[in-house]
Design a protein around this ligand. Structure first.
Ligand SMILES: [Zn+2]
Ligand SMILES: [Zn+2]
Length: 230
């Protein structure tokens, strides 16, 4: 009801073409990306976004990285910025719809094998931002797909500098051992396929750190599901 009234007063408009009811309409998204599955590491085609065995190093723990679109596109960059800093959570709802659809096209049929976690934010950072955009995305994706979301399964235990301000080498070091698993969920994650939700992926070092931790607790598959890569 609240959304209905809000849509009447200030309807969503596509940032790209101005059409009503979406912040990014399906047609404009289609123009940005063809959504052919590829391996994130070599960018060559792969089945359901799987990382090729030959591309994986021993310290890489993600089995799939599913990305909706590119951050290089100015409109995507603005949309993501607005969703973070201007409290426009509805943008995340639109992206979550597209991500849910893309995920369901690239997963196994048995949905009960999956759980959703979100890339956590350090407590104090959350105080300044009011919310963690990865959590909001994950909540919407969970609602769309019926896959359970555990929003405090992965915990950020250490404050680290923002990844976007660091060089690739420093990024790799920055996040090491800065996450832990909430002990009460340990029995749940065993043999599960875990979907780690985030808004932007670059070197994938943060997502890989989380995946490494999850693998320690015997998850069967680690999948990253992300709005945009840079
Ligand atoms: Zn449009
Ligand atoms: Zn590859």
């Amino acid at each position: 009801m609240f959304n209905f009234i809000k849509n009447l007063i200030a309807p969503k408009k596509c940032y790209s073409c101005g059409e009503l009811w979406h912040f990014l309409c399906p047609e404009c998204l289609k123009k940005l990306d063809n959504h052919k599955a590829y391996c994130y590491l070599c960018k060559k085609p792969s089945f359901e976004y799987q990382i090729h065995k030959e591309c994986k190093t021993n310290d890489f723990y993600l089995d799939k990285i599913i990305v909706l679109t590119h951050y290089k596109n100015k409109i995507i960059e603005i949309l993501i910025k607005h969703s973070k800093y201007y409290w426009k959570k509805d943008i995340l709802e639109d992206f979550a719809d597209y991500l849910s659809e893309l995920f369901l096209k690239n997963c196994d049929e048995k949905i009960s094998d999956y759980i959703i976690v979100s890339r956590p934010m350090y407590r104090f950072k959350k105080l300044f931002r009011w919310y963690n955009q990865a959590d909001i995305l994950a909540t919407f994706i969970s609602k769309n797909t019926g896959i359970v979301h555990y929003n405090n399964l992965v915990i950020k235990t250490k404050y680290t500098k923002s990844q976007s301000r660091l060089s690739r080498q420093d990024r790799l070091k920055n996040e090491i051992n800065s996450f832990s698993i909430n002990k009460k969920y340990i029995s749940i994650i065993k043999w599960k396929k875990v979907i780690i939700v985030d808004d932007v992926v670059s070197s994938a070092s943060t997502l890989n750190e989380i995946a490494k931790l999850l693998k320690n607790y015997k998850t069967s598959e680690n999948i990253a599901l992300v709005i945009a890569s840079d």
